[in-house]
Design a binder for this molecule. Structure first.
Ligand SMILES: *Cc1c(COP(=O)(O)O)cnc(C)c1O
Length: 355
């Protein structure tokens, strides 16, 4: 065994996908399974497809390549508006991509034409979260750009919410998206098919039967992977949250004072730390650090363990209140939020195991 390791209960992820798909299907909505939170792990991608996701979406072309090279044949979508410099590999691995800039559309058309391969584009509309997307009143310009394309096919419109500014999906911003779809379609020979109404944060509208008719796709990552919706700080009651566990090994267990000794400068990341004096307490160091994980997103699963802080390679724990005194070589387990999962998935020092 090597540690740290991330134990993934793929069967629970499959069940999450099934539950999400059951609810969205009833509302006339397809699910694109979003794999980026786990670096497009092929086993997880397969679980998403088996659970009923119609296609897979990821923000990195290299992750799409990973899926294709693993033999996955489902349609793949790039979930980030592409860099001009990555268009050749985008065309090689993706069936569709998000776009928001007419100049990128022109470059994409040229790149597609060079290899005689077509690609679908989902035009992103900014409905208020201020990340990617055209303003709804710019749809005409994009429609004209797309009408001149032969290899680039407009497949729909989409919006992203809850990511930059934390704006929640509502009937209002979904309505704006539907109106934008109509405006784009008016510029094209035939109406666009997909109206993609966001990610996990849009699920609540579906659950409450408030999703406007016409929204026919959601791009779901967090709900399937972790059973949570961070934008509404909720666990989703019909989904599993215990889909993955981080295990790290203790390399030191020793009583130490709670205030450091000596003159305080900045810590390894440039922050000036502050300490409250709580006397001598038992502490432990787990062999994992900021190179592997965003420690703020970890929650210890054993009783009496509290995270004190982390440097690049050391996670410092207060273990004074553990019912049984931990020892060097013991494992400690953690559940995690999306940010911690993302960092663990990306770290090459963390072994990934499927159960
Ligand atoms: C990451 C991402 C999603 C998925 O979001 P979740 O909250 O994980 O469901 C959807 N759309 C875009 C554009 C994304 O970047």
């Amino acid at each position: 065994m090597t540690y740290p390791r991330l134990l993934v209960h793929t069967g629970r992820i499959l069940e999450n996908a099934r539950e999400v798909v059951a609810r969205t299907t009833a509302a006339g909505i397809d699910v694109a399974g979003v794999t980026k939170g786990m670096c497009a792990d092929p086993e997880i991608a397969r679980a998403m497809l088996q659970g009923g996701c119609r296609c897979l979406a990821d923000s990195r072309v290299s992750n799409l390549r990973r899926l294709r090279q693993a033999g996955i044949e489902a349609p793949l979508m790039l979930l980030r508006i592409p860099m001009i410099s990555e268009l050749p590999s985008l065309i090689e691995y993706a069936d569709s991509t998000l776009v928001s800039m007419p100049e990128t559309v022109f470059a994409l058309e040229a790149a597609c034409s060079a290899v005689k391969k077509s690609i679908g584009v989902l035009v992103m509309v900014d409905t208020g979260d201020l990340r990617e997307g055209l303003w709804p009143d710019e749809m005409g310009v994009m429609g004209k750009a797309l009408s001149g394309c032969r290899w680039v096919h407009p497949i729909g419109v989409g919006t992203n919410l809850g990511c930059f500014a934390g704006i929640l999906p509502t009937e209002d911003n979904m309505g704006l998206l539907l109106a934008s779809a109509a405006k784009l379609s008016a510029e094209l020979p035939s109406p666009v098919e997909i109206v993609s109404g966001g990610g996990t944060s849009s699920l609540l509208l579906v659950e409450e039967n408030r999703m406007p008719r016409g929204i026919n796709q959601l791009r779901i990552g967090e709900a399937i992977l972790l059973g949570r919706d961070v934008t509404r700080s909720r666990t989703i009651p019909y989904l599993h949250q215990d889909t993955m566990v981080l295990e790290a090994e203790l390399i030191e267990v020793r009583g130490k004072p709670t205030t450091p000794i000596g003159m305080i400068g900045a810590d390894a990341f440039g922050n000036v730390p502050h300490f409250e004096d709580r006397g001598n307490r038992l502490r432990a160091i787990a062999a994992i650090g900021r190179q592997d994980v965003r420690p703020e997103g970890l929650v210890p699963l054993e009783e009496g363990i509290h995270i004190l802080g982390a440097s690049s390679d050391h996670l410092t724990l207060d273990v004074e209140e553990c019912p049984e005194k931990p020892r060097v070589g013991d494992l400690v387990s953690f559940s995690m939020d999306y940010g911690a999962m993302l960092s663990l998935a990306t770290s090459c020092y963390v072994e990934k195991i499927h159960e």
